[in-house]
Write a protein that binds this ligand. Structure first.
Ligand code: ADP
Ligand code: MG
Length: 832
């Protein structure tokens, strides 16, 4: 049997081995039976031998083979959690950390005191904890406190194939930590677990592991899956196409569950609704159905909020239709008219639905038991997909890509794949971000197809042609290559990794992105600037090894983006901390207010909504206030909203009445607590405590607040275009920013929308029908050269008034001209 296992032999010096002990686990008979069916059980000995003999092991197994739920149990039984040691498992998704800890606790018959989880805001870890599931970000924070992770005997990096940024960084760090622990004679094991087979980035990367770690492959019992491609590729309405395909499967094909892959919550719920209407199934309890539809409405609203921000060109009444990717039209060219399919199961090929309208209210056939599945769905609801469907129904799970590898649904025979995925994209230069639906990769399309062959041969219906599939990327690129890395660079510098460029990234980010991050951190004062001479290339190389400053170290302690961390670090001096903590928390949580543009069914609802919107706008005006208060703009609204909400006891009722998102308010409260703790640990002399109820800031504090915000967002300043500068009408009421050539505008939801201050600072630009700035505050131009000189060019001292001598500093003070970097905006002259 052992010839099946591909255990690459390596010449790692035999590490000090673990005591051979066995800790018994008391499992129920049902669990025992279920476990024995998992392919990984047959490999327990191979895995455990590899782990005993090698400090690092890579474990590859098909999704559903039992990696996440079983390997921690093997380790526990082998004594890796005895003598005070902890088994740590990292997950890229919060839901996975929570639900897997619960599942493992249940399987092992242990309490959540022992098998626990920790995610950003919450956890149930105790001093008794032996198995700890956590998000990858949580473990990274722990490395900052204790580089050697002394309390862990073994770390499992789960879902490594997802290539989340923190997972990548953790693997890089652990590749150094493991040998250090070996040296200290307190060995720690590292197990990298992955679903797909692209593990070369980990194993063949000499900088990461000079000796390639052994790779253990777990064969899952996988049955053949016949792939059916569409002849044509629907360019936008793939939800409709999915609907028609499911109808056909359900009417024409033998029993077996259906799993559908879409891109987001709103789509999932829209398709669920349509399917339930077409194939009604009345659950026994009406209550359940009501809850479902309420939940649907909630996520629908939420999804709409997000969509509003990012994909506004879509007709909102038809929000499931995504914009057509550029180039799709071209891809369609040259596709022959033959039915395309792989495999030979002609009978089961359903063909394309050439515009054929499936009647939504046709003959009800066998009921379809429709369940949604996406990562933010409440765990109890998620658990439903694991249970068998009610008798006489067919299961149909409509999912986002959580069902691709994180969760395995039993008894799926048919997969319907839209071939798309929703991704957050960043503009490399401007940092403007947007959510876009793009084609997925070949690897993930194949993963999705594989879900159909878990229990018997299956079928995968791809809602795109094989030609389109041929153009997919082979693998989805690692996240680290797709986003800004300023936060990561700061964390690494704080770990004394000065030359970030030498860090053993599994896939390194591009040099431009690293330089951009280093530049931002230098201008925030988190890194010491390099000497200003030398040729450009040398300078750039030098820049990539700038050491962290003490300000940078303080900033690294705050669990927020470096720009916001800078604001926190500055605010100690002016007793503005409680306000800045609140503003930063609100900016991090985003979208405090509900969205009002949702479609409404009745006239009555329309009136109600209109009334509510008017009330919310009025409240926002009240919170923004007048004069110095209004100048703080949208950030003052945030302060006012949080303050008012806390005075009212932060109740769902208050939020509902004032159009605030209750969930956002609760998260802000948590983050305020967390930031307060962080501030106290950085500056022990402050002794801050969270008083949810804040007094409003004084006039002086309001000015400081605007200055602090500006200091953090120094490159996000915009200047109003004066009438005489207007090139044409498109510049009416427009602003100019340093990085964008096009006009940008204050978002209509801003309280400064009509005020149009000359200089403003903004939190972010989102691109919808126009470029809109959100989170806007007014600033004074004379602050710029004084507070953010790093963004300014200074001219020669002015002749008049003549230079004067400053007795306190011994320096010559003189008036100098200054301009704002990159734009050449003339600013008031300053004394330097
Ligand atoms: P892998 O990590 O290799 O993808 P898992 O350990 O997550 O596999 O899953 C192993 C099995 O446990 C799967 O068949 C899955 O359906 C089952 N499973 C996981 N979570 C639950 C749960 N909450 N309830 C019932 N079964 C579950
Ligand atoms: Mg898993």
């Amino acid at each position: 049997a052992s010839d099946k296992k591909e255990l690459t032999q390596v010449a790692v010096p035999k590490p000090s081995s673990e005591p051979a002990i066995f800790i018994p686990v008391d499992r129920t008979p049902e669990i025992q039976v279920a476990r024995l069916k998992l392919p990984i059980l047959a490999e327990e000995q191979v895995i455990m031998e590899a782990v005993t003999e090698n400090p690092v092991v890579v474990l590859c197994g098909e999704t559903g083979s039992g990696k996440t739920t079983q390997v921690p149990q093997f380790l526990y039984e082998a004594g890796y959690a005895s003598n005070g040691g902890i088994i740590g498992i990292t997950e890229p998704r919060r839901v996975a950390a929570v639900s897997m800890s619960q599942r493992v606790a249940k399987e092992m018959n242990l309490s959540s005191w022992v098998v626990s989880y920790q995610i950003r805001y919450e956890g149930n870890v105790t001093s008794e904890t032996k198995i700890k599931f956590m998000t990858d970000g949580v473990l990274l924070k722990e490395i900052q406190k204790d580089f050697l992770l002394t309390k862990y005997k073994v770390i499992l990096i789960d879902e490594a194939h997802e290539r989340s940024v923190y997972t990548d960084i953790l693997i890089g760090l652990l590749s150094r930590i493991v040998p250090l622990r070996e040296k200290k004679k307190t060995p720690m094991r590292l197990i990298i677990m992955s679903a797909t087979l692209r593990v070369e980035d980990f194993t063949q990367n000499k900088r990461l592991f000079p000796v390639p770690p052994p790779v253990i492959k777990v064969d899952a019992r996988q049955f053949p899956v016949t792939i059916h491609f569409n002849k044509r590729t629907p360019l936008d309405d793939y939800t409709g196409e999915a609907f028609r395909k499911i109808c056909k499967i359900h009417r024409m094909l033998p029993s077996g569950g259906i799993l559908v892959f879409l891109t987001g919550q709103a789509e999932v719920h829209s398709l669920c609704r349509r399917l339930r209407k077409a194939f009604p199934f009345r659950p026994n309890s009406k209550v359940e159905e009501k809850q479902e539809s309420e939940e649907e409405m909630k996520t629908f609203k939420k999804a709409k909020q997000k969509k509003k921000m990012t994909l506004p060109k879509i007709d909102l009444s038809n929000y499931s239709a995504m914009p057509v990717d550029e180039g799709d039209e071209d891809r369609e060219a040259g596709i022959d008219d033959e039915e395309e399919q792989l495999g030979s199961d002609v009978d089961l090929d359903l063909g394309d639905d050439d515009g054929a309208k499936e009647d939504e209210k046709s003959e009800p056939s066998l009921p379809l038991y429709v369940l949604p599945l996406y990562s933010l769905l409440a765990p109890e609801k998620q658990a439903k997909v694991f249970r068998p469907p009610p008798n006489g129904t067919r299961l149909c799970v409509v999912a986002t890509n959580v069902a691709e590898t994180s969760l395995t649904i039993p008894n799926i025979k048919y997969v319907v794949d839209c071939g798309r995925v929703k991704k957050r994209l960043y503009d490399k230069v401007t940092g403007v971000s947007s959510f876009k639906v793009t084609w997925t990769s070949q690897a993930s399309a194949n993963q999705r197809a594989g879900r159909a062959g878990r229990t018997e041969p299956g079928h995968c219906y791809r809602l795109f042609s094989s030609a389109v599939f041929g153009d997919f990327e082979t693998f989805s690129p690692a996240e680290i290559t797709r986003r800004p890395v300023d936060d990561l660079v700061l964390q690494m510098k704080d770990l004394n990794i000065e030359k970030v460029i030498n860090f053993p990234f599994p896939t390194p980010p591009s040099i431009e992105v690293l330089i951009a991050a280093e530049e931002l951190l230098i201008s925030l004062g988190a890194l010491a600037a390099p000497p200003k001479q030398g040729r450009l290339k040398e300078l750039e190389r030098a820049k990539l090894s700038c050491p962290v400053t003490s300000l940078g170290r303080a900033m690294a302690c705050f669990p927020v983006a470096p720009r916001y961390a800078k604001m926190l670090a500055l605010s100690k001096q002016h007793s503005c901390l409680p306000f800045v903590i609140t503003i930063v928390a609100a900016m991090t949580v985003r979208e405090l207010f509900e969205e009002f543009d949702r479609p409404v069914i009745s006239e009555e609802q329309k009136m109600k909504l209109k009334g509510k919107r008017a009330r919310v706008v009025q409240m926002q005006r009240i919170w923004a206030g007048q004069g110095p208060s209004l100048k703080l703009g949208d950030l003052m609204v945030m302060l006012g909203a949080v303050g008012a909400c806390e005075y009212a006891g932060c109740t769902p009722k208050f939020c509902e009445e004032n159009g605030l998102r209750y969930k956002a308010m609760v998260e802000i409260r948590r983050l305020r607590g967390q930031l307060t703790t962080a501030v106290n640990s950085v500056c022990s002399d402050v002794g801050l405590f969270v008083d949810p109820k804040m007094k409003p800031p004084t006039e002086v504090q309001l000015t400081y607040l605007r200055q602090i915000v500006m200091a953090g967002l120094g490159d996000r300043i915009a200047r109003r275009i004066r009438p005489e500068e207007m090139l044409d009408d498109k510049w009416k009421n427009a602003y100019k920013t340093p990085l964008l050539d096009d006009p940008v505008f204050i978002h209509p939801s801003s309280v400064l929308f009509k005020q149009l201050p000359d200089f403003i600072v903004y939190q972010e630009i989102v691109e919808t029908s126009k470029m809109y700035m959100k989170g806007v505050s007014a600033i004074e131009p004379e602050w710029i050269p004084v507070l953010i000189p790093q963004y300014c060019h200074f001219g020669k001292p002015l002749q008049n008034p003549s230079p004067s001598f400053c007795p306190e500093t011994g320096r010559v003070k003189c008036q100098r001209e200054s301009t704002y970097y990159r734009t050449g905006w003339q600013l008031p002259s300053v004394e330097t």
